[in-house]
Design a protein. Structure first.
Length: 205
């Protein structure tokens, strides 16, 4: 792709680094921003920079937050005895949109994947086990995607906490094998949370 401007080329190259954005789409977005009022582009740039510099991760659940403890963890009406274990913040958003879950979350920030060089120590597993050890957690809901990596991660965590008095369950397989939670429709995902099954049962299926 030939560019008449090095500045334009640089902007397109940076934009094309985003997931799902190829060079042609990046060019279309950059040209669109050039046609907008300068203030609109400045607002976008400032918002991205402010987010990158100031955003926090909840000290309890590792969800993205503006403050030390996220709104979900600090909500006194949430049931702190039930924790839904998810891969990343997109899954928190997907489940919250169903309005079917009133417990807390724990964001692992990934799944165990030896092929990608990701092991248990690269995830937020230790802090989850520490929560279980306090005795306040009565149930863990495994809500990772039904892939080999997701199942491996579920089983690893299960082995780490199986000696403690905590119930383990997994979302019902209304979510097709291999599907990511963020792409599931809200009704299906909500039913999968409500109709969760004991994790031990999923091991036999």
């Amino acid at each position: 792709m030939e560019f008449s401007s090095k500045l334009l080329e640089k902007a397109v190259n940076e934009m094309s680094q985003l997931p799902g954005i190829g060079k042609r789409t990046a060019l279309r977005l950059v040209l669109h921003m050039l046609r907008q009022p300068e203030q609109q582009t400045n607002d976008l740039a400032n918002a991205l920079q402010k987010m990158r510099l100031e955003i926090n991760f909840c000290k309890s659940c590792h969800n993205i937050s503006d403050v030390e403890l996220c709104e979900i963890c600090s909500n006194p009406h949430r049931d702190e005895s039930i924790i839904c274990v998810v891969e990343d913040i997109r899954d928190v958003m997907a489940i919250e949109n169903t309005s079917s879950f009133r417990g807390l979350y724990h964001v692992l920030n990934g799944k165990i994947s030896p092929m990608d060089g990701i092991g248990p120590n690269d995830l937020n597993v230790e802090s989850l086990v520490a929560k279980v050890k306090t005795g306040t957690v009565k149930e863990l809901i495994f809500a990772l995607s039904s892939t080999m990596e997701g199942d491996t991660t579920n089983f690893y965590i299960y082995r780490q906490i199986q000696d403690y008095d905590v119930k383990t369950s997994t979302i019902a397989r209304g979510i097709s094998v291999g599907d990511e939670l963020e792409y599931a429709d809200e009704v299906t995902l909500g039913r999968s949370i409500v109709n969760r099954i004991p994790f031990e049962v999923s091991l036999k299926s």
